[in-house]
Design a protein. Structure first.
Length: 379
């Protein structure tokens, strides 16, 4: 028996299924002959990772028209689908039925995406910011990072689903205001500061009203702006009184907020953002957790634009053998001319070592993510 991923086009609303359909873990979702009634149901199932099991021993006797079309698993596409779905849910939270399950489903898909190709998932934080509005995109970015780092440092599956769901909903209490503030060139007003200060508790209130009863999830949301030294908000909790998973969420939130451009400021370079968190805010973060965070993300996270010693400009595509010498694919030659195709560079070499990190607009490189990561980054 073989498992093959199927696409939206393989399931037609109102028509019986021709195959048993399972999730990526092999759990039966739909039996052959069942009928899916709506496109929305199909989209939800696709996001969970649909596979059809086919007996290849007698495949030659089957009508080829009954064999589902195989679709590659694109992490980029999965993440973009999650972003669109999350946007609908968060901006319609008062009218959604069973919101906890729907958010949890997205959290599971984000977790799955990071296991398919973590490099692509992390690169989307730097390279895929135009897919939806800032407020929702920031939650998706933070969820990707918490899911990846949490898995690497040994968090349990249940805890990881809770913290990823918390990342997706951490700013619910200021969602509409956040986009307005993102576009505001003026200093924050007193009212806007109050909204920011209150948003962790307000997010928890809204989540409880929507039916969320997972206390781990809610605690992560409530504490994601608390600091080790008690200087955070909204209750000035400190040290061991802060849930460790809330600390991880806070680290991911801080990093993602810094590396994305805002209307009122330029983005920080990824390595500078990490240095700012680990050095300038060292009294605010858990030192041990921050060290683990840096180890898993690397000094040059995937998606970072860099210039090499030989003058080439490229993008970090993998952490490689260590956090300081990642794999880079060069896109521009030493004289600034586009290369015919991306060239893989080992940055442990003398001439291909990283000389500097570049802002996206300074790099002036046009490319699609699938040119660097193939089918895992197809739109």
């Amino acid at each position: 028996m073989e498992q093959h991923r199927i696409s939206l086009a393989d399931i037609v609303p109102g028509k019986p299924l021709q195959w048993d359909v399972m999730d990526q873990e092999g759990h039966l979702l739909l039996k052959q002959g069942q009928v899916v009634q709506s496109r929305m149901q199909i989209e939800r199932l696709i996001e969970r990772g649909l596979f059809v099991t086919r007996n290849t021993s007698n495949a030659h006797t089957k009508d080829v028209t009954s064999t589902p079309r195989v679709e590659s698993i694109s992490v980029l596409r999965i993440i973009n689908q999650c972003a669109k779905r999350l946007e609908r849910l968060l901006f319609n939270v008062h009218n959604e039925t069973d919101l906890p399950t729907k958010i949890t489903d997205i959290a599971k898909v984000i977790r799955y995406a990071t296991t398919v190709n973590a490099d692509v998932a992390i690169a989307t934080i730097l390279l895929n910011q135009d897919e939806c509005n800032y407020a929702v995109r920031h939650c998706i970015d933070t969820a990707i990072l918490t899911a990846h780092v949490g898995q690497k440092i040994g968090k349990s599956e249940d805890d990881m689903i809770s913290i990823t769901a918390a990342a997706l909903t951490m700013n619910l209490g200021m969602l509409r205001d956040q986009d307005a503030m993102q576009d505001n060139l003026n200093p924050l007003t007193d009212n806007e500061r109050k909204i920011i200060y209150r948003h962790p508790a307000e997010s928890v209130r809204l989540l409880r009203e929507a039916g969320v009863s997972d206390e781990h999830w809610l605690e992560c949301v409530l504490r994601h702006h608390e600091n080790e030294d008690g200087s955070g908000y909204s209750s000035a909790t400190r040290g061991d009184a802060i849930l460790s998973d809330a600390k991880l969420l806070a680290l991911a939130d801080r990093y993602c907020a810094r590396v994305v451009p805002r209307t009122y400021r330029k983005q920080m370079l990824p390595n500078a953002a990490l240095r700012d968190i680990l050095l300038n805010e060292k009294h605010k973060v858990d030192a041990n957790l921050a060290a683990l965070f840096l180890r898993e993300l690397g000094i040059y996270p995937c998606g970072t634009f860099v210039r090499l010693v030989n003058g080439e400009v490229g993008v970090v595509t993998s952490k490689g053998g260590g956090s300081t010498m990642p794999v880079v694919h060069a896109l521009l030659g030493p004289r600034g001319a586009p290369l015919a195709f991306p060239i893989k560079r080992d940055t442990s070499g003398t001439l291909t070592a990283i000389r500097e990190v570049l802002h996206n607009d300074t790099a002036s490189v046009r490319f699609n993510m699938n040119q660097l990561w193939g089918k895992d980054a197809e739109l």
